[in-house]
Write a protein that binds this ligand. Structure first.
Ligand code: GAR
Length: 218
């Protein structure tokens, strides 16, 4: 089973969606580690409640960004992590880390990329006056929210929306999108072709693929 790590900085509602999907058998992966850059992140509490190993790696404890990245990479290796899921993790890794984990880091973002990368994007979407927003799960690369897109889900922007109501509507879709993206990855159905991610059809059920065609019986 695929070993994943979920990297968090805050409340961890996306982490919770992943935990719940694993618990009910919808997502065939093992959450090997939840790692945070903040001691107080509530997401860590969610992990502990489910007996999932946790780690805290704080940038202030390291001399520079490469040293922080190395510390994270070392812990991921210790836990034999195969896929890194950034779920509200408010740090960017540098080029060396991203090269080491190329194609093995995915991120969720609360906007329809490439519109509104970065921070405070629900506010930016409202201020810009878009009529539709949503969320994106994408492979991470060295840029900010720039990697190839795996799954997007859209929501309407309503006349009386505030940042809070729009964020909540997007978050509901994030939980579905993230589980879907991890499921596709775990099933080996994603291929990165330049900027595009091809989603392969599901494999036929085991045992049926090589059945010889039956000939006439008489
Ligand atoms: C989510 O909306 C996620 O898309 C966003 O932080 C929130 C974390 O919520 N991530 C980013 O903005 C990354 N650029 P959660 O802690 O409840 O999962």
């Amino acid at each position: 089973m695929l070993n994943i790590a979920v990297l968090v900085s805050g409340g961890g509602s996306n982490l919770q969606a992943i935990i719940d999907a694993v618990a009910c058998g919808e997502l065939p992966v093992r959450i090997a580690l939840v790692l945070s850059d903040r001691r107080g992140a509530y997401a860590l509490e969610r992990a502990r409640q489910h007996g999932i190993p946790t780690a805290v790696v704080r940038p202030r404890d390291y001399a520079d960004r490469p040293a922080f990245d190395d510390a994270v990479a070392e812990i991921l290796a210790e836990h034999q992590v195969e896929l890194v899921c950034l779920a509200g993790f408010m740090r960017l890794f540098q080029a060396d880390f991203m090269r080491r984990y190329a194609g093995r880091v995915i991120n969720i973002h609360p906007a329809l990329l490439p519109a509104f990368p970065g921070l405070h994007v629900q506010r930016e979407a409202l201020e810009h006056g878009v009529k539709v927003s949503g969320c994106t799960v994408h492979f991470a690369d060295e840029g900010t929210d720039t990697g190839p897109i795996i799954v997007q889900r859209a929501v309407p922007v309503l006349e009386d929306d505030t940042v809070e109501t729009l964020s909540a509507r997007i978050l509901e879709q994030e939980h579905l999108a993230y589980v879907e993206a991890i499921r596709l990855y775990a099933a080996g159905r994603l291929r990165i072709c330049g900027r595009r991610v091809r989603v392969l059809p599901p494999a036929p059920p085991a045992g049926l693929a090589n059945c010889p065609t039956e000939g006439p019986t008489d």
